[in-house]
Ligand binder design. Structure first.
Ligand SMILES: CC(C)(COP(=O)(O)OP(=O)(O)OC[C@H]1O[C@@H](n2cnc3c(N)ncnc32)[C@H](O)[C@@H]1OP(=O)(O)O)[C@@H](O)C(=O)NCCC(=O)NCCS
Length: 177
C-alpha cells in the first residue's frame, strides 16, 4: 500500500497569474523539448494539428472505405489514422488492401516518419488486420473505451516509415489482396 504522510502547510489550489510568474522565473533554463513531444513554437508547446484529411478507397467505381489522417505532429513527423469499410466489403480482406494502399500513399507523399492508430481491444477484425500488416502494438490504454456501460481496453498500434519500406519489399503485391 502506498503510504502518504499528511504534510502540514501543503495544499492544491487553482493556478493564478502570480503562480505562473513564479514558475517562469524559477524554471528558467529548463528545456521544454524534454517535457513534451509536441511541436514548440516561440517557446510554447503547440497542440497537434487536428485538421482531418479524408481519403476514399475506391474499388471499381464504388467508394468502398475511408482512411483519415489527423493529429499531425510536425515535430516528430507522426500522425494518427482512422479507417473503415462499408459493410458489404468487410470480411474479405479488403481492409488490409485499403490500409496498404494508404500507407504507400502517405509515406510517398509526405515526410511522415510514423503512422499510429488506436483501436478497441474487442475489435477483433481491426486488431488482426493491423497485426497482419506488421504494425507494432505500442501499448494498452486500460479501461479507455466505454461501451454500453462497460470499460474496455484500447490498443495503440504504430508503423515506422523504414518498417513499412522493409515490409513492402518482403510482401508481393498479390499477398496484400
Ligand atoms: C476493421 C475493418 C477495416 C477490417 O477490415 P476487413 O477487410 O473487414 O478485415 P477482415 O474481415 O479481412 O478481417 C481481418 C482479420 O480479422 C478476422 N476476423 C474478422 N471478423 C472476425 C470475428 N468476428 N472474430 C474473429 N476474427 C475475425 C479475419 O479472419 C482476419 O483475420 P486473419 O487476418 O488472421 O485472417 C472492417 O472490419 C471495418 O470497417 N470495421 C468497421 C469500422 C471499424 O471498426 N474501424 C476501425 C476503428 S478503430
Amino acid at each position: 500500500m502506498i503510504q502518504v504522510q499528511p504534510l502540514e502547510h501543503t495544499a492544491l489550489r487553482p493556478t493564478c497569474d502570480e503562480d505562473i510568474a513564479v514558475f517562469r522565473r524559477l524554471t528558467a533554463g529548463d528545456r521544454l523539448e524534454r517535457q513534451t513531444c509536441r511541436p514548440i513554437v516561440d517557446g510554447k508547446r503547440m497542440p497537434l494539428d487536428a485538421r482531418k484529411q479524408d481519403f476514399t478507397f475506391v474499388v471499381g467505381d464504388a467508394p468502398a472505405g475511408w482512411v483519415s489522417l489527423f493529429n499531425l505532429n510536425s515535430r516528430n513527423q507522426a500522425a494518427e489514422f482512422g479507417y473503415g469499410l462499408v459493410k458489404p466489403m468487410r470480411g474479405q480482406g479488403w481492409g488490409r488492401h485499403m490500409l496498404a494502399t494508404a500507407f504507400d500513399h502517405f509515406f510517398a507523399t509526405t515526410d511522415l516518419n510514423k503512422l499510429h492508430c488506436q483501436t478497441a481491444s474487442f475489435n477483433t477484425p481491426s486488431v488482426r488486420m493491423l497485426e497482419s500488416l506488421g504494425l507494432t502494438r505500442d501499448g494498452v490504454l486500460r479501461a479507455e473505451h466505454e461501451l454500453d456501460g462497460e470499460l474496455y481496453d484500447d490498443f495503440i498500434y504504430s508503423l515506422l516509415r523504414q518498417e513499412w519500406l522493409a515490409l513492402r519489399r518482403s510482401i508481393p503485391d498479390a499477398g496484400l489482396v
